[in-house]
Design a protein around this ligand. Structure first.
Ligand code: ADP
Ligand code: DAR
Length: 397
């Protein structure tokens, strides 16, 4: 065999073997090293991939109306299924609630803050759809509470509005979200929150009540009076957000229960101002004072593009939900019509106890739907203007 063949054959054989290896790895196995922010992230294990494939098939075969189903295309699924955040969160951690609860409206949560970047191909279109066109190239505006004096009382005569509430969510810097928290972290966070809030003065002065040790009667009464979060939310349970319950969970409130703080329910903190009647100005003013005071004491997670970070993408940005418990008997006679008119003003209509609940005694929870791409003031003003319109229409019927 001449010299040339002796050299050519081994080169061709080795080259072919290298090419075959590359093609096998490229199209069948996850990348050896999918880097996240320059850190190597380990491969997603086979058991998780199997659960993901089964979940994706279930979702595709269902008639779910969730944003998860709408935007988790095969292309997005294949691009994300092998990715992990540096906390070890996978696509399964993000979508499992929406796979288990096909009646989800959204169906996805961020197990840690990095998930919004690592799984952006799925989060970004869902965020754009939910928050009225907030594109992945958009940047959420800086915090701006606006001029509280420009708001007023939605229903001075007390004909329609039962109560008014404005809340925002905050995540404590240095801690991941529910699915990644250890029991020790839950307890540490609860301690930090309780000791920080113990420094509040004046109208905001109050007491922290851990859920651990709270009597079932007290707990149920607080829930029935709309002061405390409900227990056993199946969407949060399926998202692995209720582990070690009730460890690290609790509620702070002032004497009159007009300023409250939820600790480690869905978000690390929910800061809430509420009272009977329609005086949105007084409710909003109290919240602004409280958040400005607390933000001096606890550093919160904030992203330059997404604003304040939360467990659920529907709460990103301002994280503000301004709501009324309201009776609109004529408009509500046709629920679909009420929802159609409300959506024109970017309002969300829910039952008396919040999402996935029904109205009790004709009382609806109506609030601003979007929280991103506008300021805190804009979000509250959107609710103020929308509710004023609904009341005006109700009076003409
Ligand atoms: P999420 O946004 O996570 O669904 P919310 O911040 O809407 O949670 O809180 C839901 C709880 O707040 C429910 O118990 C609901 O009854 C109560 N709630 C919401 N708006 C009002 C209101 N205007 N008056 C009294 N309770 C309210
Ligand atoms: N229940 C989930 C989340 C919807 C938004 N509400 C929150 N985050 N509390 C769903 O997809 O329906």
């Amino acid at each position: 065999m001449n010299y040339k063949l002796k050299v050519t054959i081994p080169v061709v054989v080795c080259g072919g073997a290298v090419l075959a290896y590359y093609l096998i790895r490229r199209f069948t196995l996850p990348p050896l090293d999918s880097r996240v922010d320059g850190k190597a992230a380990a491969m997603v294990d086979a058991a998780t991939i199997e659960k993901l494939e089964a979940g994706f098939s279930k979702l595709q075969a269902s008639d779910s109306k969730s944003l998860l189903k709408k935007y988790l295309t095969k292309e997005v699924f294949d691009a994300l299924k092998n990715k992990k955040t540096s906390f070890g969160s996978t696509l399964l951690d993000c979508i499992q609630s929406g796979v288990e609860n096909l009646d989800s409206g959204v169906g996805i949560y961020a197990p840690d803050a990095e998930a919004y970047t690592v799984f952006a191909d799925l989060f970004d279109p869902i965020i754009e759809d939910y928050h009225n066109g907030f594109k992945k190239t958009d940047k959420h505006p800086a915090k701006n509470w606006g001029d509280v004096e420009t708001l007023g009382n939605l229903d001075p005569a007390g004909e329609f509005v039962v109560s008014t509430r404005v809340r925002c969510g905050r995540s404590m810097e240095g801690y991941p979200f529910n699915p990644c928290l250890t029991e020790a972290q839950y307890k540490e966070m609860e301690e930090k929150v309780a000791s920080t809030l113990s420094g509040l003065e004046g109208e905001l002065k109050g007491t922290f009540y851990p859920l651990t040790g709270m009597s079932k009667e007290t707990q149920q009464q607080l829930i029935d009076d709309h002061f405390l979060f409900k227990e056993g939310d199946r969407f949060l349970q399926a998202a692995n957000a209720c582990r070690f319950w009730p460890s690290g969970r609790g509620i702070y409130h002032n004497e009159n229960k007009t300023f409250l703080v939820w600790c480690n329910e869905e978000d690390h903190l929910r800061l809430i101002s509420m009272q009977m009647g329609g005086d949105l100005k007084q409710v909003y003013k109290r919240l602004v004072t409280a958040v400005n005071d607390i933000e001096k004491r606890i550093p919160f997670s904030h992203d330059d593009r997404l604003g304040f970070l939360t467990f659920c993408p529907t709460n990103l940005g301002t994280t503000v939900r301004a709501s009324v418990h309201i009776k609109l008997p004529k408009l509500a006679a046709d629920k679909a019509k009420l929802e159609e008119i409300a959506s024109k003003y970017h309002l969300q209509v829910r039952g008396t106890r919040g999402e996935h609940t029904e109205a009790e005694g004709g009382v609806y929870d109506i609030s601003n739907k979007r929280r991103m791409g506008l300021t805190e003031y804009d979000a509250v003003k959107e609710m103020y203007d929308g509710i004023a319109e609904l009341i005006k229409i109700e009076k003409t019927l």
